[in-house]
Design a protein around this ligand. Sequence first.
Ligand code: MG
Length: 374
Amino acid sequence: MINERTFTIAAVVLCAGNGKRSGLSYNKILYRVGSKTVLENSLDRFVGIADRIVCVCSAVDREAVLSLTSGYENLTVVLGGATRTDSVRNALSVLENVDVVAIHDGARPFVTEEIIIRAVESAYAFGSGISALPVVDAIKASSGDTVHSLDKSTLKAAQTPQAFCLTEIKDAYNRISGSYADDCEVYERAGYSPRLTEGDYSNIKITTPEDLFRLTGDTRVGIGYDVHRMETGRRLILGGVLIPYEKGLLGHSDADALVHAVMDALLSAAGLPDIGVLFPDTDAAYEGADSIKLLDKVMAKVTNGGFRVQCVSAVVMAQRPKLAPYIGQMRKNIAEHCRVGISAVNISATTTEELGIIGEGKGIASSAFCLLVR
Ligand code: MG
């Protein structure tokens, strides 16, 4: 979506804090969940709404922020100041010819398009739009030993974005000095009357290590298991690797028990029918099929469901041959087709101490777990 409004919008995304309370040794906005950092999650919410974005960071994070933001269009990185107020002032100084500016904490990656639009439309119509919500907890003012309970019916918790008519918020920043908690306070102290818009309880500011876990979103685990019989005159293929051996696995497809277990784990996590249903052995189309290619079909279904793979963990149970030399290539094949880094795919191999069908060399089995993220 592009900004189809009759007015122009800039976003200021603040990332100049140090995030000490997050328990990380580095700025929490650089914390990566899957393929994206907190900062990219926050910035992405403004793409298509804001005509330009100003990202404010500290000197320590400048290189990292420049590299993360290099792919964004119309994005400028500016250095922050000693306080939040100074950082916003620096950002506003590079903005001109924009009607509305939405100022947002980079550590609020759960902001939605609806919240942003409510704030910017209010700013265009009335000068300001401050995302805020009624407080949920009972609020106490305390000083020393005295506690005074406040009437929470009149209290609101302010979030970001806080959007303003650019000329008004620039004027407000020019007229005040000192350090303030947010832009609403600056605007108010300069004599303007802020107007509240509805925020969202999910639009939290990432502060503690627990908050970082919320970024993983909707996660699902899946399990898959497969076993194939060993026969002479068949090729042995596991994890898409052709393994030289006197026997191979018997099946309608190439009988790659490892890839079959991985596919069933993925389908199970995504709530989809298993490979027996998707690729029936009565269908001639799958005779001798390359299972790695079937994995691509499974991944297409998983992706269609809105999921991506976070990790895969599998075990192959085989008495013979020794699989250790081939594990690296198996991981590489599965990682590539699941579209994750190789470190997200782990495969172990075990014998069964010559016990049972595996131990007697009659077959090879595999089981796999996966974690999907929506
Ligand atoms: Mg199978």
